[in-house]
Design a protein around this ligand. Sequence first.
Ligand code: TQI
Ligand code: ZN
Ligand code: ZN
Length: 359
Amino acid sequence: MKIAAVLFLFSVFSSSITAFPHFFPNVSSIPPSLLPNITAGAWDSFNNLSGCHLGQKVPGISKLKNYFHYFGYIGNISKNFTDDYDDALETAVKNYQLNFNLNATGELDESTVKQILKPRCGVADIVNGSSTMNSGKAASMTGHTVAHYSFFPGTPRWPRSRRDLTYAFEPRNQLTDDVKRVFTNAFARWSEWTPLTFTESNNYNTADLKIGFYGGNHGDGEDFDGVLGTLAHAFAPPRGLLHLDSDETWIIDDVFASGSPSAMDLESVAVHEIGHLLGLGHSSVEDAIMFPTISSGIRKVELARDDVEGIQVLYGTNPDSNSTTGPSFGEREMSGAHVMSSVVVQIIFLAVGLTLFVL
Ligand code: TQI
Ligand code: ZN
Ligand code: ZN
């Protein structure tokens, strides 16, 4: 067990620059016995804040401010946050509630605390003062339904002359056909609903979309951070770069079984990142592929109605498809094994997240 602990710490703090990703079931399993003590304190203290509102002073509020600061809701006014529920915190709570479709009361009601306690990705919701989530703005009204998808600033998209896009894999990764097939499938989920087609090319340099696994600093100014945290990123059109963190353990099949609880489903992340490659920002619809919280350990690969509506605003419908009237977007499947490992991975996310901002 000691060895396992050392391996765990090593795998968290080492950030290799190697171009070789690892795929399940190879490495880094986090001993579950390490987990409970890490999260217990902060988890409890957030739970106790339920019901708090403006004007109160409650121990633990400073930690909550750290949380909102970390995700971009509170500016860097002072280094040491107090336990006062002040105006800045109330505004942060309101914006957070808007982003997550909660009643924007500015109070820490139960549903808000619940949302805070959920695992989430480590990237800020608010960058440079503007929300990345299109919150409560009701971007466009289509009939009775409010669209919750979003685009990048300026709505960049692939031009009309480029509907047939090519993609290629970083040659240095030497990816197997199994891994490449994951991306082929992920692309197919988007081409099904749009006039876009995606074809693999063997010429990495000339391909429209370039896919590669990289570790740490890999030359685009957006360094990867080792295990968990950021898993992948993609650039808006027409840059076409889709990068994945080679320090993650990637699941390429539905195999979950007992192995690494921190392993991420590659296709789920690929479908999300392709959304970005095509010009979609994040969505505030929880079901959407573009919703910015990763439900770790489960596969979420099917586009939701909101994703389809968003991508069709950019590119229109698929002329070869007869089902333009809307698909049956069913419930997502979640097997028992998935639920189990999902819980474990969620705890890890919390642990890593909380340690990050408590430190
Ligand atoms: N990567 C972030 C993401 O893809 C990076 C990012 C944040 C980003 N904002 C962006 C990329 C705007 C392009 C445009 O969202 S991540 C998720 C999710 C990540 C997160 O590694 O944190 C998924 C990767 F949505 F679940 F949070 C995949 Cl599915
Ligand atoms: Zn990159
Ligand atoms: Zn994203």
